[in-house]
Design a protein around this ligand. Structure first.
Ligand SMILES: N[C@@H](CCC(=O)N[C@@H](CS)C(=O)NCC(=O)O)C(=O)O
Length: 225
């Protein structure tokens, strides 16, 4: 039965599913919808109205973590651990990482320098909480890596975030190493739309925080804060 992933091109939650499909070598179709003007059929079938949703036969699966688990469970090569406690840990950290994706969204859309800094700090504190967990993970891409990859793709594509986190990833070596490992996964590379950095910049615009601006505009942002 074919899969259709209902998407928005730069949605981090959609990206998670794209990574998993690629890791598992599964083919799927993508159907883009306009989030500002969602089609009625989508609102009828998906109670949250959010993307991604996975259409599989007559079924509609929504919520990105649930989509990951469904695809993982129903295809060969399970990535979720077999052991119940390990599975519970993986799921819990996937939810934790979703909160970080939201903190990153608030950072990217911040309208003031202070707001940007506040959300950046929340994101950083989250990474610090992840450090011990990362130390216990085995190599390779599992579901938590699929779930966390959008964070690192967006840091990598945003000059200011990249600069800020380069310093900090140097100090917190596990997260830094984990980010590098995830970003170098071919499935993560292939999960991004063409001209991702430009798409991200045009979506968020040149915010007051100057996230996408050059150095001069960043210092203007600082003094305006
Ligand atoms: N918890 C959801 C979050 C999905 C989400 O927030 N998607 C955004 C796009 S990145 C969306 O659909 N926004 C439109 C809306 O909220 O109406 C998931 O993991 O799937």
């Amino acid at each position: 039965m074919p899969y259709t992933l209902v998407s928005f091109d730069i949605c981090p939650f959609v990206q998670k599913a794209r990574i998993l499909f690629d890791l598992k070598g599964l083919t799927y179709q993508t159907e883009y919808i306009d989030l500002a003007n969602k089609p009625d059929w989508y609102l009828d079938r998906v109670p949250t109205g959010k993307v991604p949703a996975l259409l599989h036969g007559d079924d509609v699966i929504f919520e990105s973590n649930v989509i990951l688990e469904y695809v993982d469970e129903t295809t060969p090569g399970a990535l979720l651990p077999q052991n119940a406690i390990e599975r519970a840990r993986e799921r819990a950290w996937m939810v934790f990482v979703d909160d970080l994706i939201m903190a990153q969204y608030r950072t990217l859309s911040a309208q003031t320098w202070q707001d940007m800094e506040r959300n950046l700090e929340t994101l950083w504190r989250g990474f610090e909480r992840l450090e011990p967990e990362i130390g216990m993970r085995r190599d390779g891409m599992l579901l938590l890596e699929c779930a966390a990859a959008p964070l690192f793709s967006r840091i990598d594509a945003t000059p200011l975030l990249k600069e800020r986190f380069a310093e900090r990833f140097g100090e917190a070596s596990r997260i830094g190493g984990w980010a590098k490992r995830i970003l170098s996964s071919p499935s993560v590379v292939r999960s991004l739309p063409d001209a991702f950095a430009d798409r991200l910049a045009s979506f968020f615009g040149k915010t007051a925080a100057g996230l996408f601006a050059d150095a001069e505009q960043i210092s203007e942002g600082r003094s305006a804060a």
